[in-house]
Design a protein around this ligand. Structure first.
Ligand SMILES: NC(=O)c1ccc[n+]([C@@H]2O[C@H](COP(=O)([O-])OP(=O)(O)OC[C@H]3O[C@@H](n4cnc5c(N)ncnc54)[C@H](OP(=O)(O)O)[C@@H]3O)[C@@H](O)[C@H]2O)c1
Length: 276
C-alpha cells in the first residue's frame, strides 16, 4: 500500500508509514493490567455518521463512500492485537444474509503479515469472539467456531432457556451480564474471569454506550473521512441516554492521511479515556 501519513501529534510532526502505524501502538503492552484493556474504533464522516440506512430493506450499514482500504488496513491492525473481539447479534444476522465479512482477516493473503504477527506473539490466528445480544435471535454460522476460535455470548436476565441450550450445544457459553441490558461492568468482569486481556470492540453505537456507561472503555480510535453525508436516518458513534457524567478523553495520536479516499484525505486519531 502506497504512501505515508503525517503524524501531527504528538510532536514533532513526522512522516510515518501507514502499514504498521497502529501495530506500533503496541496494545499488547496493556495485557498485564488488573482489568482487561478495551478499545473501540469507528470510521465517521465529518458530520458524524458511522452508519446510514440501507438503500433497500431494513437496517443500517457503514456508508460505502467513507469506507476505504487505508482505514481498513488500520482496522485490521487494531483487530490483530486483540485476544477477544466484541460484536453483536446484528453482525450474525447480517452474516446470515451474506452482508458481513470476517472481522479480522488473517486468512486473507493481503493480511498474511498480521497472521504472522499474532503467531510470533503466541496468539491464535483468530481471536475469540463475544456476541452481545438481548434477543439471542440470530443464526449461528459455522465459521464462528472454526480454526480454533471460541465464541461466547453475553445476554440479559431470564434468557429463553431453549435458545440458550441451542447456542451452547452449537457454539459456546452464554453469560447473563445485565438485567434489561448487558452492562459494561458485568461484561468486563466476566471477560476478566475468562482470562481475556486485550479486547477490541468492533460493534456499533449501543455497545460503545454500554462500555462508556460502565467506565470500562480505555481507548477510542476514530477515522474522520473528509466527506459530509447528511441524511435523517443515521448512527453516530454512541446511542443511548445522555452520559452522566460526560466521558472525557485525551488525544494520544493524530495523523493526516492525504492519500486517503482517493486523495480527499482523512484523519486518524486516537484518544485515551480520562479516569474520573
Ligand atoms: N463506521 C464504523 O466504523 C462502524 C463500526 C461499527 C458498526 N458500524 C455500523 O453500525 C451499525 C450498528 O452496528 P451494531 O449492530 O454492531 O451495533 P450496536 O448498536 O452496538 O448493537 C446493536 C445490537 O447489539 C445488541 N446490543 C447492543 N447493546 C446491547 C445491550 N446493552 N444489551 C444487550 N444487547 C445489546 C442488540 O442485539 P439483539 O438485537 O440481538 O438483541 C442490538 O440489536 C451497523 O450498520 C454497523 O455496520 C459502523
Amino acid at each position: 500500500m502506497r504512501g505515508d501519513v503525517l503524524q501531527l501529534y504528538p510532536p514533532p510532526s513526522a512522516e510515518r508509514e501507514l502499514r504498521g502505524l497502529y501495530l506500533a501502538h503496541d496494545l499488547r503492552q496493556f495485557a498485564n493490567r488488573k482489568e482487561p484493556y478495551i478499545y473501540a474504533n469507528f470510521v465517521t464522516s465529518l458530520d458524524g455518521r458511522i452508519a446510514v440506512k440501507r438503500p433497500r430493506g431494513k437496517g443500517m450499514l457503514i456508508p460505502k463512500n467513507i469506507a476505504n482500504d487505508r482505514d481498513w488496513r488500520l482496522y485490521q491492525e487494531l483487530a490483530a492485537q486483540a485476544d477477544l473481539i466484541l460484536s453483536t447479534g446484528r453482525y450474525l444476522r447480517d452474516w446470515a444474509e451474506g452482508r458481513a465479512q470476517e472481522i479480522l482477516q488473517t486468512d486473507n493473503p493481503k493480511f498474511a503479515d498480521l497472521r504472522e504477527w499474532r503467531i510470533a506473539r503466541g496468539l491464535k490466528p483468530h481471536p475469540d469472539i463475544a456476541i452481545i445480544s438481548a434477543s439471542l435471535d440470530f443464526p449461528i454460522p459455522k465459521v464462528l467456531t472454526q480454526n480454533g476460535r471460541r465464541a461466547i455470548f453475553f445476554t440479559t436476565a431470564k434468557p429463553n432457556v431453549k435458545r440458550v441450550r441451542e447456542i451452547e450445544a452449537h457454539a459456546g457459553s452464554v453469560f447473563v451480564a445485565g438485567k434489561k441490558r448487558v452492562t459494561g461492568k458485568l461484561l468486563q468482569e466476566r471477560v476478566r474471569k475468562l482470562g481475556y486481556r486485550v479486547v477490541y470492540s468492533a460493534a456499533g453505537p449501543q455497545v460503545l454506550q454500554l462500555l462508556l456507561e460502565g467506565g470500562v472503555l480505555n481507548r477510542l480510535y476514530l477515522t474522520h473521512a473528509n466527506r459530509i453525508l447528511g441524511g435523517q436516518e443515521f448512527d453516530s458513534i454512541v446511542a443511548g441516554d445522555l452520559l452522566k457524567p460526560a466521558v472525557d478523553f485525551k488525544m494520544n495520536a493524530l495523523y493526516f492521511d492525504a492519500a486517503g479516499l482517493d486523495g480527499l484525505g482523512q484523519m486518524f486519531s486516537s484518544y485515551d479515556r480520562v479516569e474520573n
